[in-house]
Design a binder for this molecule. Structure first.
Ligand code: KE4
Length: 433
């Protein structure tokens, strides 16, 4: 059993000066109970807390650390960049290099604008879609998360296909009524609402493979039919690939599923662990952005040379041969092993996985295809599972509604240890049930 004395001490200090003791809510372990670990350092697939405990890390800073922590090449690129200055508020060659890399890897992206977070990128993409089309309404899907932008903190209203209601205090009814929230994977309902609302509908935004309700896979043809109905009705399609971009494939979900959106939102991996976001698409749309166009968008640290250097180094390493085949293989070994334990210990759970992204759902359903399905999960069981794995030195996403990530540094030894810990955890949890 780990001792967490220092984490507890730091957490009580933190709560005196930081709301909830954290700078982002999910870190507070509200969904799983207990108190958050304070992290001292990380290397490769491992993370170390302030009490000296070591964990195999499947959070990887919520996705960016796909090469593992403290990657030598990334650190070298960052230190080289820092010696030349850390921020200029002026154009640099590195920004152009990253923009070129993104446009080469994502055929749907002819031009891209760099910002400092995924939220900022999604927010800017929505404003651009509204500015380019001259229309106001947007469609999102229940369970998809695109950052904490007001227009996207909206849940389904009384009738799923009517206008939204705020999902957070501080978001006005006026903002929420311009957002329609639909059930993910329900293509018939989506086609019907797009056709009905087309006159004042700017865009549809989605995670092509949602990871913010846990990993949920698009049903066959959902993305292709969504592309077709948005094109037919002149509605922009925005893929939020902040998680899936450079994760499920170098070219993201749009490469895996062969669907080209009008705009793409990126983040996380393209910053290699530094603050970053990006949004891009067809030049005729992107050219509507200031200073050339009438849609204003700006940022002090946008395209920051240090963050951009980390991103370029990360992407170049990801472009090396067989990176994604290896990631897919090791994640496949893990998920196969975990699935066997679920059967062996006679538990009710199902694992959704794509590439090196996976979620274990504690549900009696055989398939998890939308937010409704996820809401059927046994959250108490999930919390016990999370705490049990943590006690065995396995650091997972502290919420049933999140994804877990594998890096190029996770080894077969790590995978076997994780599977072993899973069996011990489920068996012990079985005893208490
Ligand atoms: P950021 O503003 O947190 O950089 O990105 C927002 C965002 C946008 N789009 C998608 C698909 C995302 O997953 C995110 C942020 N992801 C969460 C984890 N589910 C970040 C962790 C957190 O909120 O602390």
């Amino acid at each position: 059993m780990q001792n967490w004395i220092n984490s507890k001490k730091y957490f009580s200090e933190a709560k005196k000066v930081i709301p909830g003791g954290v700078n982002s809510p999910v870190r507070a372990y509200v969904a799983v109970g207990g108190e958050p670990l304070f992290i001292e350092r990380a290397k490769g697939a491992y993370i170390y807390d302030v009490d000296g405990n070591k964990y195999i890390d499947y959070v990887l800073s919520w996705g960016p650390m796909i090469l593992g922590h403290s990657n030598e090449t990334v650190l070298k690129a960052v230190s080289k960049a820092m010696k030349k200055g850390t921020s200029f508020g002026a154009p640099t060659k590195k920004e152009v290099e990253l923009a070129k890399l993104i446009t080469e890897i994502y055929p749907s992206i002819e031009k891209v604008r760099l910002v400092s977070s995924g939220t900022e990128a999604a927010m800017s993409a929505i404003r651009l879609a509204r500015g380019y089309t001259g229309r106001e309404k947007i469609i999102k899907f229940e369970g998809c998360y695109h950052g904490h932008f007001d227009s996207l903190l909206v849940k389904a209203g009384s009738g799923a296909a009517t206008f939204g209601v705020p999902s957070s205090k501080g978001v006005t009814k006026g903002i929420a009524q311009d957002t329609i929230t639909l059930p993910f994977n329900d293509i018939e309902k989506t086609e019907e609402v797009i056709r009905r609302e087309r006159e004042n509908l700017a865009c549809v935004i989605l995670e092509p493979v949602p990871a913010n309700m846990g990993v949920v896979l698009p049903k066959d043809n959902f993305l292709k039919r969504l592309r077709q109905v948005t094109s037919e009705n002149n509605v922009l399609l925005i893929f939020d690939e902040v998680i899936t971009g450079f994760r499920v494939a170098l070219g993201g979900a749009q490469e895996v599923f062969g669907v080209k959106p009008d705009l793409t939102v990126l983040g996380k991996i393209i910053g290699g662990g530094f603050p970053i976001g990006a949004f891009g698409g067809r030049a005729e749309i992107m050219d509507e952005l200031s200073p050339d166009g009438p849609v204003y968008q700006a940022g002090t640290l946008s395209g920051n040379p240090v963050a951009v250097s980390a991103g370029i180094a990360t992407i170049k390493e990801l472009m090396e041969k067989d990176t994604y085949e290896k990631l897919d293989k090791i994640t496949g070994e893990l998920v196969t092993g975990l699935s066997k334990i679920i059967v062996k210990t006679n538990h009710e759970a199902v694992i959704n996985r794509i590439g090196s992204l996976f979620t274990i759902f504690f549900s009696d359903k055989n398939e998890i295809y939308d937010y409704n399905d996820v809401s059927s999960c046994d959250l108490k069981k999930f919390a016990e599972f999370f705490q049990g794995m943590l006690a065995h030195g396995i650091y997972l996403a502290p919420s049933q509604f999140e994804a877990n990530f594998v890096s190029t540094k996770h080894s077969s030894v790590d995978i076997n240890k994780t599977i072993e810990a899973f069996e011990h955890t489920l068996r012990r949890e079985k005893k208490t049930y």
